[in-house]
Design a protein around this ligand. Structure first.
Ligand SMILES: Nc1nc2c(ncn2[C@@H]2O[C@H](COP(=O)(O)OP(=O)(O)OP(=O)(O)O)[C@@H](O)[C@H]2O)c(=O)[nH]1
Length: 772
């Protein structure tokens, strides 16, 4: 109770001193809250968390909200850091431990068993008067789509590094994604307690590999086993954790003094001066201040002035603050929380272009769908403008449908608190939406979407943009990568097929990177996914969550096909259905073209271009697309092809479906005639292994048709960087574990599709034909 009152008091002070008003008038909030009774449900998954006041949850000021994510390489300590954050913020009462499998954010059973984070869970908590919504982003490469989507929802991110390894492959990938979405970041060098941890090495790798300018806000006191705490460079204080405290809550902050810490003080003063110069270089306002009043003595510059400038630089993304600590040993996490509130942006500090089109109306992104047995689909939403209330209708732009939210919850890992309304900047969890899928854009009504679309169009005209305004209204638009693996899935009995179909439908709404197809030849259901682990997890979830024991066929790589020369073909289709004759003759040419895309380039010869109706054009294009889905060698999609229409003669009354069918057959004929090539997915591979195990790892990679580009030294480890065909990576994690006694880590990421050599290709073809 007391701590809650204190938070309120802090908040009050902030409100009056900032004279800030949220998107919504506060008297309006109070009025609606009066009408709605404070309603906290108890029972499974609902919680009356101690000290929580529902009013406090729903009326948070936008400027005090931080929507952040934690991004990291696998095993850098993201989950451990999250757990510590939740503990110090007071929302968990004991420290979870990933190694024991009892953490709050990794609540899915599979995650517990595997010790990795698969699904993003949004967690809400407060820290010193700020509301922090933390989106837990997955680190595994099979789940990059989830990372991408989360980045759209975040306003800022914390990049967690293993201080003994510096920048690793996956961090680099996620860092680039964060650059793409312009997400301001701070860095946390974790595992400072680990043998081999090096602050300088990690900072250098941020500079070199991420091409970022690190702003050192702290220095470690000791490294490895000797790590005791950190120095706050901005305030020139030392923070030491009580070695007898088993949860790290107890630490002291003391100014560095000439008497007691002469060496540390000297180092800190030098680091502070360097930081001031660095910030002055990046920020003109700060440069004026420093040169004007403090040029003689930087020591006189107040910490707050430096913090304000650091905040501007972080938001401008011209440099990135760096902090350090050890989540596992409970050191350095509280200052990280302070830095999150101090340097990362509030929702209103991000410039989302689309906000102006909604003029305060609801606009939200459904970034995660979960299926709950009792409550049905739960949809996590980031609210960008307006507000959400339970018992109201919303309009889904992607699905072009209107549906009703029955209840509104605030997510606290796997516990949820029922609330009466939620305003812009927040993360909400809604119950009742049956059709909304991950990635959908939600607005208050169809007319609101139309009004926004009109405004967007006007704006578009002004800026002479060509984008389709409906597309611009869609917030996610995350590119869904093509799946690289597939396998058949069978229910335990034919009678269970509808149950399996239902389970797969639900899972697809949650995870758009999962594709489900029907094999036209065998009639079997085929799962297509982003990786071995992805398919395994889906299989596991069908069993656990839907009670279905399914059988998976062998995992197969999604190959592609290409043609090597130009070919021409003609075909005629003549069919009478009922009393209608359908007659069409087509002549076309297929030629190779380097596009690295599955979308065929479609061209029209000058002789036909003029007199083709729109409907015939569409029918032609549909036919081309459908033929390219099934190449002649393996039935895999055809990449890098251009198709030119030379002639299309249509008998009056012929349906467009028949035109498409004829085009498709004709193109398949052409593709069959051409010289062909199989393309296989090639992966970027990075293996980190201790010196002693390098040789067996290299020998194994040679057998996997691996192509080593570089072997770097990273302290006592070797980092092998290269390419390996996806087909050769199956079961790699198990093999690597055995080869290196579990000491190695690796990251795999799709690089591109490359032509197979003739020998490998013929082996594959004979295997496939032997199988079929
Ligand atoms: N020495 C040391 N080990 C740590 C620290 N933080 C985490 N670890 C250990 O590192 C391993 C990975 O930690 P996690 O927190 O699961 O890492 P993660 O980044 O969430 O991993 P994924 O979910 O697989 O991406 C666990 O064995 C932790 O105990 C730290 O500060 N110091």
């Amino acid at each position: 109770k007391m701590s809650n009152l204190r938070i309120f008091a802090v908040n009050r002070k902030k409100i009056s001193s900032l004279h800030y008003f949220n998107n919504m008038c506060s008297s309006k909030i109070r009025a609606s809250l009066k009408r709605l009774k404070l309603h906290v449900l108890l029972g499974r998954n609902y919680s009356s968390l101690p000290g929580i006041d529902v009013r406090f949850f729903s009326s948070f000021l936008n400027c005090l909200i931080r929507n952040i994510g934690i991004m990291a390489h696998i095993d850098a300590g993201k989950t451990t850091t999250t757990e510590r954050i939740l503990y110090y913020s007071g929302y968990t009462r004991s420290l979870g431990d990933v190694d024991d499998g009892d953490t709050v954010t990794d609540f899915m059973a599979q995650e517990r068993e595997r010790g990795i984070t698969i699904q993003s869970a949004a967690v809400t908590f407060d820290w010193k008067g700020y509301r922090i919504n933390l989106i837990d982003t997955p680190g595994h490469v099979d789940f990059t789509l989830e990372v991408e989507r989360c980045l759209r929802v975040l306003d800022g991110a914390v990049a967690v590094f293993d201080a003994s390894a510096g920048v690793e492959a996956q961090t680099l990938t996620v860092w680039r994604q964060a650059d793409k979405h312009k997400v301001p970041r701070i860095c946390f060098l974790n595992k400072m307690d680990k043998i081999g941890a090096s602050f300088n090495y990690a900072v250098e790798s941020i500079r070199e590999k991420l091409k970022a300018k690190p702003l050192l806000l702290q220095l470690p006191i000791g490294e490895g086993k000797a790590f005791k705490g950190v120095v706050d460079i901005v305030s020139k204080e030392k923070l030491l954790w009580n070695p007898n405290s088993d949860d790290g809550k107890d630490f002291e902050r003391k100014p560095l003094l000439e008497m007691s810490d002469p060496k540390l003080l000297k180092e800190t003063t030098e680091a502070r001066n360097a930081l001031i110069e660095q910030v002055a270089d990046l920020d003109d306002e700060f440069a004026d201040l420093v040169l004007g009043e403090f040029s003689e003595n930087f020591d006189l510059l107040p910490a707050e002035k430096l913090q304000t400038a650091l905040r501007r630089v972080t938001l401008a993304q011209t440099a990135v603050p760096v902090l350090c600590g050890s989540a596992l040993k409970n050191k350095g996490v509280q200052p990280l929380l302070d830095a999150i509130t101090m340097y990362l942006p509030s929702p209103e500090e991000r410039n989302y272009e689309f906000l102006q089109w909604y003029k305060g109306d609801l606009c939200a992104l459904a970034f995660k769908v979960l299926h709950d047995k009792q409550r049905g689909p739960l949809v996590f939403m980031r609210i960008y403008s307006g507000m959400i209330k339970p018992q109201t209708a919303i309009h889904n732009i992607n699905g072009n449908c209107t549906e009703r939210i029955s209840r509104l919850l605030l997510p606290f890992a796997d516990q949820h608190i029922e609330i009466p309304l939620l305003t812009a900047g927040n993360i909400a969890l809604t119950v009742g939406l049956k059709h909304t899928a991950t990635g959908d854009t939600i607005v208050s009504s169809k007319s609101s979407a139309l009004a926004a679309s009109r405004r967007a169009r006007r704006e578009g005209e002004k800026k002479q943009k060509e984008n389709n305004e409906t597309e611009r209204l869609l917030l996610a638009g995350v590119e869904i990568p093509e799946p690289v693996f597939f396998c058949t899935i069978e229910p335990p009995s034919m009678a269970k097929q509808p149950d399996l179909d239902h389970a797969l439908k639900c899972l697809q709404r949650e995870d758009p990177s999962l594709k489900v197809k029907l094999d036209p030849d065998s009639g079997q259901t085929v799962l297509c996914g982003m990786g071995e682990l992805h398919i395994e997890i889906i299989h596991d979830r069908i069993k656990r969550e839907y009670g279905l024991e399914t059988y998976l066929g062998p995992l197969q790589v999604a190959y592609r096909e290409a043609i090597l020369n130009s070919v021409r073909a003609t075909d005629t289709l003549d069919r009478t259905l009922g009393d209608k004759r359908h007659l069409v003759t087509v002549e076309l040419e297929a030629k190779p073209m380097e596009t690295a895309s599955l979308l065929p380039v479609i061209e029209y010869a000058a002789s036909v271009a003029g007199d083709l109706s729109q409907a015939s054009r569409e029918a032609f294009e549909n036919g081309v697309h459908s033929a390219c889905l099934q190449g002649p060698l393996l039935g895999s999609p055809v990449q890098d092809v251009a198709v030119t229409l030379h002639s299309l003669v249509i008998h009056p009354g012929t349906s467009t479906t028949m035109i498409s069918a004829c085009v498709s057959r004709c193109l398949q004929k052409a593709l069959k005639k051409a010289d062909k090539q199989i393309l296989e997915p090639l992966m970027n591979l990075e293996v980190t292994v201790s010196r002693d195990y390098l040789s067996p790892v290299l020998a194994d990679l040679a057998q996997r048709r691996g192509n080593i580009q570089e072997i770097q030294s990273r302290q006592d480890n070797k980092v092998v960087i290269g390419f390996v065909p996806l087909a050769e990576t199956m079961g790699y994690s198990t093999v690597l574990r055995t080869l290196t006694s579990g000491s190695a880590t690796f990251a795999l990421e799709l690089s591109n599709y490359q032509a197979m050599n003739p020998q490998d290709q013929s082996t594959l073809l004979s295997q496939r034909h032997g199988l079929s």
